[in-house]
Design a protein around this ligand. Structure first.
Ligand SMILES: Cc1ncc(C[n+]2csc(CCO)c2C)c(N)n1
Length: 214
């Protein structure tokens, strides 16, 4: 089994709970309650800043130029297209400026911010990769429902297509290959370090979905 498949299998409880979450069924049905969607997106928006910082650390710690280029291109993409989605969705949901910029940070959001900061501060490429890969691969996994119809409302539909388009799919495939390559070249301690970050990330993904319904 590849390193990425091994880590996913070790975390299958939280992984499957997130991928098959009520939120996912509701978003495909175009039926997420507006209050729930608003909580989700305002908290999620607080995630982007540290995520881009962690990408920066992956660029800095990667062991080859080709990997730095891949991450740089991805960083350029998510700081343009996705940012306009959030603004348009906030407009559609009537989210006031203060709540867009400074919402009260919930525990899972704070947990993600800490996790991304901790991963960045390791200066260890495998640990940065482990956190980045969960945020991408788990999202592709829930969004990728071949043949499923898209909801009419753009707030629902675009959140799906941002995470199941071909560019995103090929990036996730590359990321998994990258983690497999680095995992194979790491000693046991290095694999365990990256595995612990992967585990924290999957548990937080599940908690993040759960908490918007509290
Ligand atoms: C809690 C949470 N986890 C993962 C993602 C997915 N994600 C976060 S940043 C990023 C890169 C650009 O889309 C992706 C896919 C999310 N949005 N919210």
């Amino acid at each position: 089994m590849s390193f990425s498949d091994e880590l996913r299998a070790e975390n299958s409880g939280d992984w499957n709970a997130a991928v098959g979450h009520r939120f996912v069924d509701e978003i495909f049905a175009g039926a997420v309650d507006p209050g729930v969607m608003r909580r989700y997106l305002t908290q999620d928006y607080q995630f982007v800043d540290r995520f881009v910082a962690l990408l920066g650390m992956a660029i800095a710690t990667a062991d080859q130029f080709e990997s730095r280029i891949r991450f740089s291109q991805f960083a350029a993409m998510i700081t343009s297209d996705e940012n306009t989605y959030f603004q348009r969705a906030f407009d559609a949901l009537g989210v006031p400026a203060a709540e867009r910029v400074h919402p009260v940070i919930t525990a899972p959001t704070a947990g993600f911010q800490q996790l991304m900061q901790d991963a960045a501060q390791t200066n260890d490429y495998a640990s940065c990769l482990a956190v980045l890969i969960v945020a991408e691969w788990l999202y592709l996994s829930w969004a990728d429902r071949p043949g499923a119809a898209l909801p009419a409302d753009f707030v629902h539909a675009e959140w799906i297509t941002l995470h199941n388009n071909d560019g995103f799919r090929s990036f996730v495939t590359w990321l998994r290959g990258e983690l497999d390559r680095i995992g194979a070249a790491s000693d046991e301690a290095g694999q365990a370090r990256a595995g612990a970050f992967f585990k924290r990330a999957v548990a937080l993904e599940r908690a993040f979905f759960d908490h918007i319904y509290d």
